[in-house]
Design a protein around this ligand. Sequence first.
Ligand SMILES: NC(=O)c1ccc[n+]([C@@H]2O[C@H](COP(=O)([O-])OP(=O)(O)OC[C@H]3O[C@@H](n4cnc5c(N)ncnc54)[C@H](OP(=O)(O)O)[C@@H]3O)[C@@H](O)[C@H]2O)c1
Length: 332
Amino acid sequence: MEPHVFPKDRYARIPYRRCGNSGLKLPAVSLGFWQSLGEPGHEDVCRACCYEAFDHGVTHFDLANNYGPPPGNSELVVGKILCDMPRDELIVSTKAGYTMWPGPYGDWGSKKYLVASLDQSLRRLGLDYVDIFYHHRPDPDTPLEETLGTLDLIVRQGKALYAGVSNYNGQQFQAAVETIRAHDWTPLVIHQARYHMLARGVESDLMPHTRAAGTGIIAFCPLAQGILTDRYLDGLPPDSRQGRRGQAGRDWHQKLQADGTWEKVRKLNALAAGRGLTLAQMTLLWLLRHENVVSVLIGVSGVEQLRENISAVQAPPLTANELAEIETILGG
Ligand SMILES: NC(=O)c1ccc[n+]([C@@H]2O[C@H](COP(=O)([O-])OP(=O)(O)OC[C@H]3O[C@@H](n4cnc5c(N)ncnc54)[C@H](OP(=O)(O)O)[C@@H]3O)[C@@H](O)[C@H]2O)c1
């Protein structure tokens, strides 16, 4: 096969935003490999998505030790693709914090687990270092000093360039920042948080702390796993993320019907259409209205979705009127 040629104008195709007070810039849209793309049998579509993303200046690929399924498979699949891409032009992240192997050393936030997990991730990815290493979720039992001291160690060893946390609430994040300052450890440049129109807790709980600390937020599941797109408006497509769950997916769809979510999504969809946008695009623009949101971390099951989502950044920002209309729909 002919090697893929990445267009020379790729860096003009997307804006880059500074991650908090750090020197790291991320594309406004980043690509994650939690589901779909990292599954066995999806290698070709994964490669096509990596190339399509980078063609459009999407330099940031997000992974975790447990992404696949099975856990670890996304790193294996993406690792094979990264060999054919310019490493120094990419920001590759991975994480540890969820169950990876049996016993007391394969989960949460101990030094033993984090160090072993990152070494495994680097082997799967075929890399000497990742750009960002995250602690994936707070650990109620391990002292914060141990987890954060390990992130510092990993950066000093050169196995990661930057450190971040994910799923820490405002109070936990603030405690982490104070612990790091007290020890003069590597700062947290990024917080990976669930944030979309239907899950807005971070606005009041986390953002005041990340702003004050000079830490950027990258918003994961920005499309609410597909709810905030036109994917489910005509029912449950069998090939969709939820459709593939069978009865569990049907129950999920009915629950969102009963609690009025689909009605809101329909109204949002109409508002987006009136503006010449798809709902997915309007949703991403809505998140990017915050300066503290450095990037929206999307998932896709194919190149068409990726193209549609990335092109959101070409549209002008949402107006005050449009933002107010969205608030009315969400509040209603
Ligand atoms: N830190 C954490 O704890 C954590 C947790 C979850 C995720 N993440 C990160 O966030 C990334 C994104 O998560 P996510 O995949 O749930 O994000 P998402 O962007 O909210 O949802 C992605 C899904 O939405 C559907 N979709 C995307 N674009 C679409 C479009 N234009 N039109 C119609 N449907 C569209 C696709 O569903 P179909 O598959 O049905 O086509 C796709 O798989 C992950 O890959 C991971 O990197 C982090």
